[in-house]
Ligand binder design. Structure first.
Ligand SMILES: Nc1ncnc2c1ncn2[C@@H]1O[C@H](COP(=O)(O)OP(=O)(O)OP(=O)(O)O)[C@@H](O)[C@H]1O
Ligand SMILES: [Mg+2]
Length: 159
């Protein structure tokens, strides 16, 4: 039986969102799927940028609207950043290359996973970003054994 872990953070500004991502990067593992929920402008891309920086990437992080997938070949792993905001049907999703990349060894971060409905393979960690005036509430939930182990490791080291 999975013992779910949920944890909440308040991030006061963009720097804190980036910093959260940089720290989370240490616990990201190959083949992990992370879904990012939140309204337009909540901070999904900002947080992903922080994770990429934490993984050693120093280039520009584009919002992957067109195309809906940006791929990064990093020292430790392949990183796939999806944004399904504009997905309207399953054919568009198939064209995005998601099937080739999900389930492989790369780590997948997915913005607007709700647009992929139930076509999305199983998610390890779900991140909800809620807009609270000029700060953000982050709610992170582990949904798989791998996700639980990841958050437990971070928790033991003191978030
Ligand atoms: N903790 C925070 N507090 C306040 N503002 C923040 C915080 N983190 C990020 N922001 C701001 O919120 C915006 C987030 O934009 P970003 O492109 O990351 O959102 P997004 O969720 O990816 O949106 P979209 O759904 O359009 O892709 C930026 O303007 C950023 O400066
Ligand atoms: Mg975005």
């Amino acid at each position: 039986m999975l013992n779910p872990i949920t944890h909440r953070w308040i991030l006061h500004n963009e720097m804190q969102t980036l910093d959260w991502g940089r720290r989370f990067a240490d616990f990201v593992e190959p083949a992990m799927v992370v879904s990012l929920y939140g309204d337009l402008g909540a901070g999904k891309t900002t947080l992903t940028r922080g994770v990429l920086e934490g993984l050693g990437y120093s280039g520009r992080v584009k919002s992957p609207t067109y195309p809906i997938l940006e791929t990064y070949s990093l020292a430790r792993l392949y990183f796939y950043h999806f944004d399904f905001y504009r997905i309207c049907d399953k054919n568009e999703l198939e064209d995005s290359g998601f099937r080739e990349n999900f389930g492989g060894l790369g780590v997948c971060f997915v913005e607007w996973p709700e647009k992929a409905q139930d076509w999305l393979p199983s998610v390890d960690i779900k991140i909800n970003i809620n807009i609270l005036d000029n700060q953000r509430e982050l709610i992170v939930t582990a949904l798989s054994k791998k996700g639980v182990l990841c958050l437990e490791k971070w928790q033991k080291l003191g978030w």
